[in-house]
Design a protein around this ligand. Structure first.
Ligand SMILES: [Zn+2]
Length: 180
């Protein structure tokens, strides 16, 4: 009798556990979208003049795999096989992670490298530079607002600056100027 009772209790516990497991797995089917939406809302609530300090886990929810590889893992995309290397339209290039305005098309030029190249950022505080040169001879350039990797700057650019900001298209989001 006691054994029968214990068996019944165990079956009830098992059923409850299974129900919990089902609930958890239902929950885990949606959380990416919910979490992405939550992080996007959090990002949009930060004024443009304030820094964005997200963890890589948070960035993962709102960046594509390619964006994450470049922006957060300091990756480099292939030359001549990226979105903006040959773009000549007028507009602004924003940080693909945080939306900070980085470069104007007015400072874009054809460097022949196969990567979007600019001779100056849109403002003095749009990007920040690493304190030392990288193995490529350039200096790493990050978005000054969110710290994401954008590309490198070299000193073989055109006048007047003599600089070549060699960027990854995946790190940028181009918005065409109205009327162009
Ligand atoms: Zn940014």
């Amino acid at each position: 009798m006691l054994l029968k009772h214990m068996l019944r209790v165990n079956i009830t516990v098992l059923a409850l556990l299974l129900a919990c497991a089902a609930l958890v797995s239902c929950d885990s089917a949606k959380p990416n979208q919910a979490e992405s939406a939550r992080i996007r809302t959090k990002l949009e609530a930060i004024p443009l003049d304030q820094k964005v300090q997200f963890t890589n886990d948070e960035w993962k929810y709102i960046l594509t795999g390619c964006q994450y590889y470049v922006l957060r893992r300091r990756g480099t995309e292939l030359p001549f096989a990226n979105a903006y290397w040959h773009t000549h339209e007028k507009g602004i290039y924003f940080c693909a992670a945080c939306g900070n305005p980085l470069f104007s098309s007015d400072a874009k030029y054809d460097s022949g490298t196969g990567w979007p190249s600019f001779w100056q950022p849109i403002g003095g505080d749009a990007v920040s530079a690493a304190s030392h040169s990288s193995f490529s001879g350039g200096t790493e350039i990050m978005c000054a607002r969110c710290g994401s990797h954008l590309g490198h700057v070299f000193d073989d650019g055109p006048r007047p600056s003599g600089l070549r900001y060699c960027m990854n298209s995946a790190a940028l989001k181009f918005v065409k100027a109205v009327g162009n």
